[in-house]
Structure formats: C-alpha cells, structure tokens
Design a protein around this ligand. Structure first.
Ligand code: SF4
Length: 356
C-alpha cells in the first residue's frame, strides 16, 4: 500500500542531491533529476505535465514523492490585480496566499502556519485557532503555485507578471515555525532552487527575539517587525508576545540584526483609531526608533466582520506620518491592496467558512 503522501519527501522542497538518490537507486539516469528540478522551479509540480520526462520516471516520482502538497481551492482577483488564493493541504486544512503585483515587481505574501500560535487582538488570523506549522514544502509550494498561475493566467497589462519578491507575512508567526521557515528559505535562496537574493525576501515577525537572532545568523533576509505600539503597556495588549519580549529586549535584538547594504528594518505600525494613534504614541515611537537602521510602515486597518477595532481616519493618519517625517524618520503609509477581496490575512479562509 502507498504510504501517506504527507510522510513522503515533498517535491517543492527536495534537494537535487536527494532527488538524484531516488532516481539512481531505481537504476535510472541521474540527469533526469535535474530536469525535474527545472520543471519544479518553473512551478510545474505535476509530473504528467513535465514534457521531456519519460513515463516510467514520472510514475516513480509520483510514487516516491508528495508532488503537490497543496491544491488550489479558491482564487479571488481584485480590480487592482491583487490575487488571493485559498489552498488546501493534504491534511484538509486550508491556508491563504496573496500575490501583490506592481509595475516593477510581483510580491507573494506567504503563510507559515495554519492559524497562528499568537493572539493579537486586531488580527483576523489570530481569531482562528492554531492548527499546524507548515512544512518547507508547503511554504515553497505557495510560491510555485503562484508562478504556475501567472504562467497560465498572465497579469493584466501594466503589472509585473513574475514573482520577484517574497514576504512571510500571511497567516501565522513565521518565527514560531523556525524549522519550516528556515528550510524553505534555504531552498528559495539556493542556486538549485529559486535563487532569490536575501534582499528580495522579507520575514515579518511580531518580535520573537531569540528566533530573530537565529534568523540573522542563518538567513539574514530583510526583517519586518509588527511593532504597533512603542509603549509596553499598550503593546502588551496589541502584540501579547511583548509580555515575554518587551520593547527593551526587542530594541537590543534589532540593533544587532545584520542588515544588507542600504537596507532597513521595517517597523510595521497598524493605526487603530484612538488606540495607538495619539500624540503620546508618536512621542514613544520617536523615542524607540533607531532612525539610522529602521523605517516605519504605517498601515491602514483592513476592517473585517465583528472586528473590535476601527481604523484611524485618513486625516489623522497623514498627520501621524507628517509628525514622524518632520523628525527625520522614514515613514510611509502603505497603500491598502485588494480591499474588494478582503486581502488582509485570514480573511478568505474565514469568508469561505462563513459561506460553507
Ligand atoms: S498579527 Fe501575526 S502574529 Fe499576531 S495573531 Fe496575526 S498572524 Fe499571528
């Protein structure tokens, strides 16, 4: 009987060396492994669609590997080109991935967990209980599935049609799934994998400082931190991991994080009406930030049904940004994308749950 596919090595994350092992152990030529990896890196995971691979090798790959650890269940396209995908894992659980196309780049926002181990009260994913860490194969498969979708359904004119950047900013706390995230980074950055530069990958975390340190040592990609407040008492509520790793600990950790040339750490700041958008919040932020190494990304709150918060009005948002900029801080207001398809993380999954 065939073993459970989830326990098989996964094609999206397998190394060339290991694939060569499977192929040569069956007395088949080693060079086929390289051909399969080339298909894989293009986004083709179904061996039956690998044109130059003979049938006996396709069957072997199908038998020995879990080729498609995720399958597309739903896709929604926004008027602005943003695409939101709902994937189902072999376990039956579902995750979301978002493609954010711009003129010069295509960014994929990846999920790293089903649900989230943390419980930030403003976050829609936080309302869904933690179910599982994703494997490296399930993380990489999200990138490959988007590549395949772009090949089959090219982006509208004026928007980039390739995956150029990755952000680990979807469902889950990436730093609470170190094994899956590190292994996926190894493959995504390797020459035999997608060969993406560290400058094109961003890991976003709520501030698990020991894991941020490991990331800097092993895979020093761009770092984004969900700050949301620079006042401990306030951040303890908004980002509860702050109780364990308060702002002083986070400060030391960020100062030590290795940055690529001319790169900055991004401090994400979701503006919530009358919660963290007051004058004292601006002052605390000015006291916290290290302007040489960090910049602030102000985010408009993407409301979802029954959310306990509302977003800061535009006028206040602009004055908040101006107050920071006038003190020499790099601050930008992130444009909200895909609002017509509820593109904030966790929202497609929940809307499907409401419908079904
Ligand atoms: S904001 Fe991030 S860390 Fe917090 S609950 Fe949501 S997904 Fe988890």
């Amino acid at each position: 009987m065939r073993a459970m596919s989830t326990s098989l090595p996964q094609l999206p994350s397998i190394t060339l060396h290991d694939l060569q092992g499977f192929i040569t152990a069956s007395g088949l030529p080693k060079f086929r492994a390289k051909q399969i990896i080339q298909w894989r890196n293009k986004g083709v995971l179904n061996p039956d669609n690998m044109g130059n691979i003979p049938k006996n090798i396709r069957e072997l790959v199908n038998d020995k590997l879990c080729c498609q650890p995720i399958s597309l269940t739903d896709k929604q396209c926004s008027e602005d080109g943003t695409r939101k995908y709902l994937f189902t894992l072999k376990s039956g659980k579902s995750i979301e991935t978002v493609l954010i196309p711009e003129q010069e780049r295509g960014t994929v926002c990846l999920s790293s967990q089903v649900g989230c181990v943390l419980d930030c009260p403003f976050c829609h994913t936080g309302t869904q209980k933690f179910e599982a860490n994703l494997t490296a194969g399930e993380i990489i498969a999200q990138v490959l599935a988007v590549k395949e979708d772009l090949r089959q359904n090219p982006m509208q004119e004026g928007l980039h049609n390739h995956v150029t950047h990755l952000v680990y900013m979807g469902m889950g706390e990436p730093m609470a799934n170190e094994a899956g995230v590190h292994q996926s980074l190894a493959m995504l950055m390797s020459e035999e994998g997608l060969h993406l530069s560290r400058r094109r990958i961003t890991v976003s975390t709520s501030g698990l400082t020991p894991q941020i340190k490991h990331l800097g040592e092993e895979y020093p990609v761009n770092l984004a931190v969900s700050l949301h407040s620079a006042i401990n008492a306030e951040r303890d509520i908004l980002v509860p991991i702050n109780i364990k790793y308060p702002l002083e600990v986070l400060r030391d950790c960020l100062n030590a994080y290795p940055l690529a040339h001319q790169r900055h750490i991004t401090l994400e700041y979701l503006l919530l009406d009358d919660i963290n958008d007051r004058d004292e919040d601006i002052q605390a932020l000015l006291n916290f930030i290290n302007p040489e190494r960090e910049r602030i990304n102000l985010i408009r709150f993407n409301p979802y049904p029954n959310s306990p918060y509302s977003g800061t009005p535009t006028e206040r948002m602009n004055s908040f940004a101006k107050a920071l900029i006038s003190k020499g801080i790099r601050a930008t207001v992130r444009r909200s994308r895909g609002q017509d398809i509820m593109a904030a993380c966790g929202q497609l999954k929940s809307s499907k749950a409401i419908i079904s």
